[in-house]
Design a binder for this molecule. Structure first.
Ligand SMILES: [Mn+2]
Length: 358
């Protein structure tokens, strides 16, 4: 198992690569979508929050991440003694009509194929994605965590409809007509995923890139009137069985899995690591379940993180673990302090496990 750190787009700097290395990380997971164009409600030193209008404006629909850009990023990370393990998330500007089943779907399928090919050419092994119409939304930010640390949570169901022009909790069309995005059915959403996988999996296989699906965050069957895909642990199996392929993998978010109302997080770790389907792990902790839960410090939630590591080790998981989110710590660098705390805990736990015999 390897220790990694996820960095948002504006954090992809030499200083932050050094920070990751200093905390013992060997790998980076990079976000290339800019989630922070939404203004003051969306502080750049925390995970993205946003409003009913989401995280703000999506990227440039005409500009796909190029081989040069991806290769340059990989090299700048390697220059600091780290490896680039994954890119996390497609830009909604590039693929929203795959999620919405809109008129640009053929173009957007080509976009995703191109981006996956570019990752392969740039030597980046994993593309993380979150196949969600409404995206990561409906959460609250309050001093929920130990010592009054600011963290994310949920205070009940969110049914506010999604306005036209939005997808994946970002704005993809500023000039959209008034009104709301019509609700899809769960069957339609699964069909959209199947069409997506049919189109991109052969390309991913040829490019040597693994697609890794994040479960829904928050994991509710519906949010903002739209169905969601993986909101119970068993639904991950449905994704795997839908298209058997080495390239059909999971971005395994422990926090989202623990927030689910059914199943057991340790059983899920066992089930999916045994099948060797985990691309990389979001190693974070929570208390409670949807629609009432809170993100916690890594040692302070419902999940026994050491027990999770033991299961991953038993099943010979050899990929990367990243902290995903942490509460903000009270100091001049709230995000970095939170991440350093999580990385230190993970580092110690992994060292202890290495010394245990299996
Ligand atoms: Mn996650």
């Amino acid at each position: 198992m390897k220790l990694g750190l996820g960095l948002y787009r504006h954090m992809l700097t030499r200083e932050n690569f050094q920070f990751a290395r200093q905390a013992g990380a060997t790998h980076i997971v990079a976000h290339l979508v800019d989630y922070f164009r939404g203004g003051l409600k969306n502080p750049r030193d925390n995970q993205p929050t946003g409003t009913d209008r989401g995280w703000g404006l999506a990227g440039d629909p005409k500009v796909l991440w190029s081989v040069d850009e991806l290769t340059g990023l990989r090299k700048s990370i390697e220059a600091e003694g780290l490896k680039l393990e994954a890119i996390e998330n497609f830009d909604p500007a590039h693929w929203h009509d795959i999620l919405l089943d809109g008129p640009k779907k053929p173009l957007h399928l080509e976009n995703c194929k191109t981006i996956i090919r570019h990752l392969g050419q740039a030597g980046i092994p994993i593309m993380g994605y979150n196949f969600s119409i409404a995206g990561v939304c409906g959460r609250t930010h309050q001093p929920y965590a130990r010592g009054g640390a600011m963290s994310a949570g949920m205070e009940g169901p969110v049914d506010t409809p999604m306005p036209n022009g939005m997808a994946w909790n970002m704005i993809v069309d500023e000039r959209a007509f008034a009104g709301n995005v019509p609700s899809a059915t769960p069957e339609q959403l699964w069909r959209r995923l199947e069409e997506f996988l049919d189109a991109v999996l052969p390309v991913a296989e040829a490019a040597g890139v693994t697609l890794a699906l994040h479960p829904d965050d928050p994991p509710l069957p519906f949010l903002r009137g739209q169905p969601r895909l993986v909101y119970q642990p068993q639904l991950y199996q449905r994704v795997i069985d839908l298209k058997p392929s080495q390239a059909n993998g999971l971005e395994f978010c422990l926090g989202s899995l623990a927030e689910m109302t059914e199943g057991d997080v340790y059983d899920a770790v066992e089930q999916y690591s045994r099948q060797q389907k985990i691309g990389y792990v979001h190693f974070r902790n929570v208390t409670g379940k949807v629609p009432y839960y809170r993100e916690t410090f890594i040692d302070d939630g419902d999940i026994d993180m050491i027990r999770v590591l033991r299961i991953l080790k038993k099943n010979r998981f050899n990929g990367v673990l990243i902290p995903d989110h942490t509460p903000q710590m009270s100091c001049d660098a709230p995000w970095h302090a939170g991440m350093a705390f999580a990385l230190g805990y993970m580092q110690a736990a992994m060292r202890v496990l290495e010394k245990e015999s299996t």
